[in-house]
Design a protein around this ligand. Structure first.
Ligand code: SF4
Length: 368
């Protein structure tokens, strides 16, 4: 069992890291902090998610660990964190670690302590499971290299779409030097599980267009495997405490649009084509794109992959299966055929023709 003060520290440091996504996560509170469930490759894992330290010298206006807030300063010793993690791991309560930190002093000292904890796990405890490691802004290339060596996956949170937007939220981080430069090192170092990043949505006046342009840049130029969008939630004691929280629908629309760019081959400029004043309109972005893209219904037995994948209810998998049927000389004869290969028929019907027959009306869909 842990001493009471260690248990309280573990809980507080886990709580301090809960806004950091950089992974798919569902929070499950347990007695000593947060365990999150996340996916990595095809596996689902339970991660012990924690900060190394909670008291930051930087002034990010949205952050619960920023210099604006008065809170008890807490910090793990590397050996202590390794022991806490192994306590959970040995009891089969977690599968891996997600380690982040506030920047207490200089970034290299803090990151050195984080690395020491992970090195202990790897070399002393022989833990070879998943470790997600947050690279601190401004850390040295040598420590970034070590993080890429010891961790399964790393991330640098860029937080905002570009330097100007970031400077509205903090004076302590230079977008190009402290963040992008580290991402470009990581892209060259190629850690086993790649790198991810995160932007805060709605803490400033940034538009969805700015966010998605930055995400597109991150995927293409920084070889980021995933961009996470963390909607702004005001924190008491910060300069933004009186601001409204960002609506969950905005975060959801950004994820939808991001998914379309990554898996459907839909370009950023197509998505920009449906925006209103630089923001995604209400509703499902794919349905909006389809209404713009299709004047009339398309024949599923002759449409190409690029056309099929733009129809609501048809994804890359089901579009591929329709094409594969065609290549084997088979045809889709009815809605049931489509349903059996994974098409969400109700959503697709207004946009498709099967064997000469219209299945629904696009006009009707417009009113939905
Ligand atoms: S660098 Fe900014 S976001 Fe990160 S812990 Fe410090 S104040 Fe918070």
């Amino acid at each position: 069992m842990f001493r009471m003060e260690l248990a309280e520290k573990a809980e507080a440091l886990a709580d301090g890291g809960r806004w950091d996504l950089s992974m798919d996560g569902i929070f499950m509170r347990n007695a000593l902090g947060d365990v999150v469930s996340c996916s990595y490759g095809n596996c689902r894992m339970r991660l012990f998610k924690t900060l190394m330290s909670n008291s930051c010298r930087l002034d990010c206006k949205y952050c619960q660990n920023s210099a604006y807030r008065r809170q008890p300063k807490l910090s793990y010793e590397p050996a202590e964190l390794a022991r806490v993690f192994m306590h959970f791991y040995a009891r089969n309560m977690v599968d891996g670690l997600f380690l982040s930190s506030a920047v207490c002093g200089d970034p290299d000292s803090e990151m050195g302590r984080m690395l020491e904890a992970v090195r202990l796990l790897r070399e002393s405890y022989r833990f070879n499971g998943y470790v997600h490691f947050k690279i601190l802004p401004g850390s040295s290339k040598e420590l970034v290299r070590q993080a890429c060596y010891y961790a399964s996956r790393v991330s640098v949170n860029i937080e905002a779409p570009g330097g100007n937007r970031l400077s509205e939220l903090t004076t302590g981080k230079d977008f190009e030097l402290d963040l992008l430069r580290r991402q470009s090192w990581i892209a060259r170092m190629k850690p086993a599980g790649g790198q991810t990043t995160q932007m805060v949505v709605g803490a400033g006046d940034e538009t969805d267009q700015e966010i998605l342009e930055t995400a597109d840049f991150e995927y293409r130029r920084m070889n980021v495997s995933r961009v996470y969008y963390s909607r702004f939630v005001p924190v008491e004691g910060t300069p933004l405490e009186g601001m409204r929280m960002a609506p969950p629908e905005r975060e959801r629309r950004l994820y939808n649009a991001d998914y379309l760019m990554r898996f459907y081959g839909i370009t950023l400029s197509e998505i920009e084509g449906i925006m209103e004043d630089g923001n995604l309109p209400a509703g499902d972005p794919k349905a909006r794109l389809a209404l713009k893209c299709f004047d009339s219904a398309v024949d599923v037995n002759s449409a190409g992959y690029d056309e099929l994948v733009r129809i609501p209810g048809i994804g890359p998998g089901s579009a591929g299966r329709i094409i594969a049927l065609r290549e084997r000389g088979l045809r889709v004869k009815c809605g049931r055929d489509l349903r059996s290969i994974g098409v969400a028929l109700k959503r697709a019907e207004p946009f498709i023709i099967i064997d000469g027959g219209r299945q629904g009306r696009i006009q009707g869909y417009r009113r939905l």
